[in-house]
Design a protein around this ligand. Structure first.
Ligand code: HEC
Ligand code: HEC
Length: 631
């Protein structure tokens, strides 16, 4: 504790800056950039002098000279900068620029000059430098893999397969293992027991590139943050635990989504435990970034949905977890532990189900900005990128009850338009009763969490796979059963029946505006923006009489907006006809059908005998699936 205090004092002198917008040199911004900055990823140089910030929306890298505040530079990037890594001496920084064909820029920190550019995959993010500085690992989110770049030879050594949408990564302090967080679960959504849906972590041996997977607790989803403790003993993960087996009759107590921190024992490659970050009467929606201070005293988690930072006393927390063994966890065990459902049986069994577990070990620090996402730590300073307010919060770790917090604006206060307001509200858990979840909890990035939920719009006991909201407004009616005539009505019922709150009409209208602004992302199956030969053959087939797909899925919406009985009724379903979904972005919305039973389009066509697929050859089915995945 002593070390922390003296750090704080020393760093206090650094924190005299409060940069104003005027201090920022404004390069002429690229045309695709928006009016917002959108600070996402950050890194602090080893000497604590420089802060590097990805401005995702402005498509720039901001370099902030911390002690002097004045030497602030912005470097344009060719596409949305999503992540950065810094070499030890702080002279060079690597920035992932996310596109269908992403690039990774190597930038000279002092001059802002680009020294090299490496190609990477679809939507590159979360670059990690190996401890020896020889390699850079880059997550390719929509290729579901990780590029291994040799920095000296300036080439890609290999790709390591992840599972589904890798978005965060870290290398062990000894450099021997790369740990990768997969955002979403990859299986079918209507299984139970050991097959029940849960996101996994991928662990890759950095010498052999062999991988292993560690399954998180059932319902784990939206895994946004991953970090090592400084001793390399534990990996920390920030994510949600979806109680998707429960009918969605309430939202309090984490009944639908709870917000969690998982601790994995690195050597044993086992989940030590999963702990809820929520308090009993107050959720802590959408944990995002996680980091340890270098002295190992504090674990910090940002809450994108509540505008907070959790500051956890790491030694107390970790020793407590070591003492309570994890006996069993599953959603079936939820509410099993005692008369009020929440008693901890002292054997650790229900730690995963206990809001308030962190009790005296954690302080919830309210941050000045909106949408805190990634974290960067230096000494006792924790920097939090506040995505929507174009600012950085600087929190100083101390033992005092109230932690000092400062705001470092990166530009003028953003004047949100209706679309941006809608995006902010969609990601805000405070519009939910007791801040348990936001719309984004089940619809990450406005899409789908790959889980089934038993919403009550169409009766109870018939769970439905979450729908992506891309083009929902253009493809009424809504919900698999078509019970909502329009997306507008679904948005308003989302507030009322899922977030359990009454909200002003203007907020629903803003969410409509944001959802209507969503554009499809080009499929990773396209080859330089075009259909591959296989997909071309599939396209012809799709529109042919023989396959008959276009009858119900006509371009350009790839839906006739009508319900059809296509023989997909399951034993829990009350009706046989389902709304025809659009196939645009079907490449990212697995699992398929209203109950999420199939993980691939091929499976739907062969096992599911969908459309006239049973009359097609295997090769034709492969071509057809290729086309559908290219939309
Ligand atoms: C607990 C998870 C969950 C949360 C939170 C949630 N949704 Fe949904 N949403 C779903 C599921 C599941 C479906 C599909 C239901 C069905 O097909 O019957 C859905 C469907 C929708 C649809 C219809 C999509 C279409 O094209 O048919 C809209 C619009 C929608 N949600 C908007 C929202 C908004 C806005 C919020 C926040 C106010 C929200 N949702 C919060 C789970 C959720
Ligand atoms: C008679 C109308 C009809 C025809 C013909 C048809 N579909 Fe469908 N399709 C539907 C309906 C309805 C659903 C949703 C069924 C459900 O959710 O249970 C669906 C679902 C799908 C899905 C899953 C989408 C998702 O997000 O879950 C895919 C992929 C698909 N169809 C592709 C095809 C292809 C390829 C063909 C041609 C072989 C085809 N469809 C023919 C009506 C049709």
């Amino acid at each position: 504790m002593k070390a922390v205090r003296s750090f704080a004092k020393w760093c206090g002198g650094l924190l005299v800056f409060v940069a104003s917008g005027a201090a920022l040199a404004d390069d002429d911004a690229p045309s695709q950039a928006t009016a917002w900055l959108g600070p996402s990823a950050m890194a602090v140089s080893a000497d604590g002098q420089m802060l590097f910030v990805c401005l995702s929306d402005a498509r720039q890298l901001a370099i902030v000279d911390l002690p002097n505040a004045k030497a602030i530079r912005r470097v344009r990037t060719p596409a949305e900068p999503t992540g950065l890594a810094l070499c030890r001496d702080g002279r060079r920084v690597w920035v992932t620029c996310a596109a269908v064909a992403s690039s990774v820029l190597e930038i000279d920190a002092a001059s802002g000059q680009t020294l090299a550019s490496f190609p990477a995959g679809h939507t590159a993010t979360a670059p990690v430098l190996s401890p020896d500085g020889q390699r850079l690992y880059v997550c390719n989110r929509f290729d579901h893999d990780v590029s291994v770049l040799d920095l000296a030879q300036r080439r890609e050594l290999t790709r390591v397969a992840a599972v589904r949408e890798p978005v965060a990564a870290a290398v062990s302090p000894d450099g021997k293992e790369l740990w990768v967080a997969n955002l979403l679960q990859a299986g079918s959504a209507n299984r139970f027991g050991v097959l029940a849906a849960a996101a996994v972590v991928t662990v890759a041996d950095t010498a052999t590139f062999q991988t292993a997977e560690i399954r998180l607790v059932t319902g784990s989803t939206s895994v946004r943050g991953l970090a090592f403790t400084p001793d390399g003993r534990y990996v920390l993960l920030a994510h949600l635990v979806a109680r998707y087996h429960m009918p969605t009759i309430r939202v309090d107590s984490g009944w639908m989504n709870s917000n969690a921190l998982t601790v994995i024992d690195v050597r044993r490659r086992e989940v030590l435990n999963t702990v809820l970050l929520d308090d009993i009467l107050e959720g802590s929606a959408n944990p995002w970034g996680v980091a340890s201070t270098a002295d190992g005293l504090w674990i910090c988690v940002s809450h994108a949905g509540t505008g907070e930072l959790s500051v956890i006393d790491a030694p107390v927390f970790l020793s407590m977890l070591r003492e309570v063994p994890l006996v069993a966890f599953s959603n079936a065990a939820f509410f099993d532990g005692g008369s009020d459902g929440y008693s901890l049986d002292n054997d650790g069994e229900n730690v995963v189900n206990v809001p308030g577990f962190l009790g005296g070990m954690r302080r919830r620090v309210r941050l000045p900005g909106v949408g805190p996402r990634s974290l960067a730590v230096w000494g006792s300073q924790v920097y939090v990128a506040e995505y929507f307010s174009d600012s950085i919060a600087v929190v100083t770790m101390t033992d005092q009850e109230a932690l000092p917090v400062r705001s470092l604006p990166l530009g003028p206060q953003p004047q949100w338009n209706e679309v941006r307001r809608g995006e902010v509200l969609f990601h805000d858990g405070r519009v939910c009763l007791e801040s348990w979840q936001s719309c984004a909890s089940c619809h990450p990035d406005g899409r789908a969490d790959a889980l089934n939920w038993d919403l009550l719009n169409d009766g109870e006991g018939n769970p439905k796979n979450t729908l992506s909201l891309l083009w929902s407004h253009r493809t009424p009616p809504c919900m698999a059963s078509g019970v909502r005539p329009t997306a507008e009505s679904a948005v308003r019922s989302g507030f009322k029946n899922i977030l359990m709150s009454e909200r002003p009409e203007a907020e629903a209208a803003a969410i409509d505006a944001w959802l209507q602004s969503l554009a499809p992302l080009p499929s990773p199956w396209l080859v330089q923006g075009r259909l591959s030969p296989a997909a071309e053959r599939g396209r012809a087939l799709f529109h042919s009489e023989r396959a008959g797909c276009a009858k119900c899925h006509p371009a350009p919406l790839y839906s006739d907006l009508k319900p059809h009985d296509v023989g997909t009724r399951g034993e829990l379903d009350e009706r046989a006809a389902f709304d025809t979904p659009t196939l645009v972005e079907a490449w990212r919305t697995a699992p398929y059908l209203h109950d999420g039973r199939y993980t691939t389009v091929e499976q739907l066509l062969t096992e599911g005998k969908h459309g006239r697929a049973s009359q097609l050859s295997d090769k034709e089915i492969a071509d057809l699936a290729h086309f559908v995945r290219s939309l």
